[in-house]
Design a protein around this ligand. Structure first.
Ligand SMILES: Cc1cc2nc3c(=O)[nH]c(=O)nc-3n(C[C@H](O)[C@H](O)[C@H](O)COP(=O)(O)O)c2cc1C
Length: 451
């Protein structure tokens, strides 16, 4: 599972009920100090088992860095860190291995992978622990650049928080500005839980100190780049920037943010666009909201089906679940925003035509090339298996000639020979890899035959 930004690459591995899960973050610049205590406090805001409104699963969620940090600083190599699963209970899910939980990813996973993974597998909310780890690193790097991300629960169980999210908002405890509204939300969660049910809600996030000019039109737009990461957070069903859907109900004269000059700086009188115009940050606070659906796993009896016997049945989900994922999801929203924004900021830092900026750009292209090359080689593994099944030779000279001719047709005239050389070498490497795979398999099968 990969996130591929312009500069950053994040791979999340492991699952909710295996021994551990973790992440590798590539493209994170060297020389960034990492405050592991601050990172631990950030991860603790998401960790389960700490209060009445979250799952009873007890995990410390302390990251163990395997690479990428030297003497508390990022060293420019990929940062890999793992988090142990100390309190997994896959047996809780044995009874429901063929009965999908309504609202969860169980049925979709069975359609795609042929089985329901225990405890939600890669779909589990636990996968957001490594997301928060990567996002936490980006939050610190952003803070050093004067960018601060804060958030709160804006709405939950019919209760709305009060006040405006400002740069001074502190994250900690139950994440609302109004303590009284927070208490009302907690009471709503407790009531839903007592009823064997669950709640959803809305998280609001604001980013202060973001320079104007980040992002770009169309596919480079900040909204799309942030939303892609937000929608990776399980249970997110809607994302809006600024007034979002509300702006659809206004006239232009009501919705436009008028410009002013304050202390020699262009600002807008209001911020209905949420700090983004044309996909580009306008220098005002970036404001977004993410809507979370109610937790799917509930004790209340629901209709489902047994996919093995193809009969209708009912299901009451046991095990440990969040009666409402929203409080624990608040740092996940911050992490998603931090990743997308630090990625965009790195692009701005690498812009320019001097040697360091050009080298930074070539490093990005190389990282892209490597990711694509690895994707191609992984496809070669499957091609080798198909050729073996069909008893076909690895070298297909006709196919290679056709590929080279297609490459030449796409080439810039000045680069035709270089393209040809590159793709000839690529195909040779892919043949080498396929041969090696088949040889290893034959050796392995040969060993199995021995008495
Ligand atoms: C922090 C967090 C914790 C979650 N905890 C649970 C949980 O305890 N039980 C559950 O059924 N879903 C939980 N979810 C939501 C499911 O993972 C999610 O609904 C499911 O994977 C289906 O994906 P979708 O809702 O995005 O379609 C959690 C999500 C997050 C972000």
């Amino acid at each position: 599972m990969n996130y591929i930004g312009e500069n950053l690459r994040l791979e999340i591995f492991g699952g909710s009920h295996g021994p551990e899960l973790g992440m590798t973050l590539r493209g994170f610049p060297a020389g960034e100090a990492v405050d592991t205590e601050a990172l631990a406090s950030f991860l603790a805001r998401r960790a389960p088992g700490r209060n009445a409104w979250s799952s009873a699963r007890s995990e410390t969620d302390e990251p163990l860095f395997r690479s990428g940090l030297t003497d508390g600083m990022s060293d420019g190599s990929p940062i890999t860190a793992v988090i142990a699963n100390a309190d997994a209970r896959p047996e809780d899910y044995e009874k429901t291995a063929s009965v999908p939980r309504p609202g969860h990813a169980d049925y979709a996973a069975r359609l795609k992978y042929g089985a329901i993974p225990p405890g939600g597998g890669a779909f589990s909310g636990r996968m957001t622990a490594p997301l928060c780890l990567a996002g936490g690193l980006c939050l610190q790097a952003l803070a050093r650049r004067g960018v601060r991300i804060v958030s709160r629960i804006a709405e939950l169980g019919g209760v709305c928080d009060e006040g405006e999210l400002t740069e001074k908002a502190q994250s900690g405890g139950f994440p609302t500005l109004s303590e009284a509204r927070g208490e009302a939300m907690k009471a709503a969660i407790a009531a839903a839980k007592a009823d064997g049910d669950s709640l959803g809600g809305v998280v609001e996030c604001a980013v202060f100190g973001l320079p104007g000019g980040l992002g770009g039109p169309l596919f480079d737009g900040l909204e799309g780049r942030i939303a892609a990461l937000l929608f990776a957070v399980p249970a997110v069903k809607g994302v809006e920037f600024g007034l979002g859907f509300g702006s659809a109900r206004l006239r232009g004269s009501e919705n436009n943010d008028a410009f002013r000059i304050v202390n020699g700086r262009v600002v807008t009188e209001t911020n209905r666009c949420g700090g983004i115009l044309g996909g580009i940050s306008d220098g005002m606070p970036l404001v977004l909201r993410a809507a979370f659906k109610p937790t799917p796993s509930i004790a209340k009896e629901q209709k489902s089906v047994d996919l093995d016997t193809m009969t209708e049945t009912t299901l009451s989900v046991a095990g440990r679940h969040d009666p409402c994922v929203v409080p624990r999801a608040v740092p996940c929203v911050e992490a998603a925003a931090a990743l997308a924004l630090f990625d965009a900021l790195l692009s701005a830092e690498a812009a320019g035509d001097d040697l360091p900026a050009l080298r930074a750009r070539i490093d990005r292209v190389d990282a892209d090339l490597q990711a694509l090359f690895e994707r191609r080689m992984l496809l070669c593994e499957r091609i080798a298996a198909c050729k073996k099944d069909l008893a076909l030779p690895i070298l297909d000279e006709k196919r290679e000639r056709e590929k080279l001719s297609a490459v030449e047709k796409r080439s810039l005239p000045s680069l035709r020979e270089y393209d040809r050389a590159l793709f000839s070498r690529l195909m040779a490497l892919s043949r080498m890899y396929q041969e090696e795979l088949l040889e290893t398999e034959e050796r392995f099968l040969g060993q199995e035959d021995e008495p």
